[in-house]
Write a protein that binds this ligand. Structure first.
Ligand SMILES: Cc1cc2nc3c(=O)[nH]c(=O)nc-3n(C[C@H](O)[C@H](O)[C@H](O)COP(=O)(O)OP(=O)(O)OC[C@H]3O[C@@H](n4cnc5c(N)ncnc54)[C@H](O)[C@@H]3O)c2cc1C
Length: 434
């Protein structure tokens, strides 16, 4: 038996761990095109702000890899020849497989305007992109950021930390409008302004201008121009589905897989940002770009590849992140609709968050401590916790455990309800009872 994994991200590494937990003898080969191998992509934000050294991004030691006992080939897979069960690599070698995992992730949606290929137009996918960004980020210079979701803000924060003049362009009226509500967007925008960021609303870029091949400004739809030294974009991501498409695997926005993470070819699996996975919460196959689900999917795919049939049940998406310095946890379904700043989803994002079913909203708090709950018939469907994180853990358990909240539902929905106190008491009674 020959196991092969394409991609050295968290899904690929987790798959190797799972295979090795069941099979200590057969060979595992991983093929990856990132020269840095496996590292924390969410950690790139903290590397940009200077809070983390690049060495801190690598969660595994050389010893860990020795114990996992797999062969790493640095290279890019160009084709999957399904009838021969071989992979064609960019260095012309062919690698045979019996069980294959595609864990090639997603990439930034390109900015499609004239001038987008000028030096100084930047995106954030890989560690090398982050290093490249830092080469351009100079104190006192001007940066423009376009896009939405978490990565756009991470870019803004990175430039603020490097003492740059930062302009953040929003195509719509507010930040991350299909996940956050108006007040939450305002909290984030207000904090950005306090950090000295200039926000531009309904600002759509039509052209990047340059001199001697380097960015020197941008032009907006309304005709205005803005001089700048760099432009960073995060307008969404696209799953890397080309490889699967070329070999006739079923794809939509991602590679379609069943509950065993198996594609329409029973010997080929897909996991992580590239996979489109059935979500029991919405009844659809959805895309996430979240570290924890990518890891879980990779692990489950590995178990299935090694013969232990295990169904992957997607839990409500959960992300703890920082929005303009404010710790924010997003759980389950919380928003609705489209966001003008993004095509599809962004990094650290989930389609499930905006599949809002019929639900009533209970909210509490002001400024930095804000809690919003999406209250269903008998259960909580989602929550956003901004600032104080005491309730994040209980809420994650209540939502993912589908716990019956009938006893407190009316109180949660009462005008001026002390939502946080009600949840805290409900949880402490549950813990005491169990
Ligand atoms: C800046 C940033 C911030 C993020 N913030 C958060 C956050 O706050 N919270 C959160 O939960 N998640 C966050 N994420 C998302 C999270 O990191 C991803 O969901 C996760 O890394 C996906 O893992 P993966 O293994 O599926 O893919 P990836 O980590 O993308 O790994 C795929 C690998 O495959 C390689 N590859 C692609 N094509 C080929 C090929 N043909 N041949 C060989 N190799 C190939 C790629 O180069 C890459 O190394 C963030 C991501 C980024 C980039």
């Amino acid at each position: 038996m020959k196991y092969v994994v394409i991609g050295s991200g968290v899904a690929g590494i987790a798959a190797v761990e799972a295979i090795r937990s069941l099979d200590q003898t057969n060979s595992i080969t991983m093929i990856g095109d990132d020269p840095h191998g496996f590292y924390s992509r969410p950690g790139l934000a903290y590397y940009l702000t200077g809070e983390l050294h690049d060495k801190a991004l690598f969660p595994r030691t050389a010893d860990d890899y020795r114990q996992m006992n797999f062969q790493f080939i640095k290279g890019r897979v160009l084709n999957i020849q399904r009838e021969l069960q071989t992979l064609e690599l960019n260095n012309k070698t062919e690698i045979p497989y019996d069980k294959l995992l595609i864990a090639v992730g997603a990439q930034a949606t390109p900015l499609n305007v004239p001038g987008a290929n000028l030096e100084g137009v930047l995106k954030l996918d890989h560690l090398d992109d982050a290093k490249h960004i830092l080469k351009f980020a100079r104190r006192g210079k001007t940066a423009v950021v376009v896009g939405g979701g978490i990565t756009a803000l991470e870019l803004v924060e990175g430039f603020v930390a490097r003492d740059m003049q930062v302009h953040y362009l929003l195509r719509g009226d507010r930040y991350w409008s299909n996940v956050l509500d108006e007040q939450e967007s305002k909290i984030v925008e207000h904090r950005l302004q306090e950090e000295g960021v200039t926000l531009h609303y309904q600002a759509e870029i039509t052209e990047v201008t340059g001199k001697s091949g380097k960015v020197n400004g941008i032009r907006l739809v309304n005709g205005k121009t803005l001089p700048c030294n760099l432009l960073a974009y995060a307008i969404g991501i696209q799953a890397r589905i080309d490889l699967a498409k070329r070999s006739d695997l079923l794809v939509e926005r991602g590679i379609l897989v069943n509950e065993y993470l198996q594609t329409n070819d029973p010997d080929i699996y897909a996991a992580g940002d590239v996979a489109q996975v059935y979500d029991p919460m919405t009844g659809h196959s959805v895309m996430d770009s979240l570290w924890a689900p990518a890891r879980q999917q990779g692990y489950m795919a590995g178990l299935n590849m090694a013969g232990q049939k295990t169904a992957y049940i997607k839990s409500p998406p959960f992300n703890v992140t920082r929005l303009a310095g404010l710790t924010t946890t997003i759980i389950g379904t919380v928003g609705r609709g489209k966001d003008a700043d993004m095509v599809g989803i962004a990094r650290g994002d989930s389609e499930t968050w905006r599949q809002l079913p019929d639900a009533l909203t209970a909210q509490a708090g002001f400024e930095v401590n804000r809690l919003r709950l999406l209250v269903g018939e008998k259960t909580l469907l989602g929550a956003i916790v901004m600032g104080d994180q005491k309730l994040s853990f209980p809420l994650e358990k209540i939502i993912s455990g589908n716990m019956d909240i009938s006893l407190i539902r009316d109180r949660l929905l009462a005008p001026n309800a002390k939502t946080a106190d009600i949840i805290a008491k409900f949880w402490s009674e549950l813990v005491t009872a169990n």
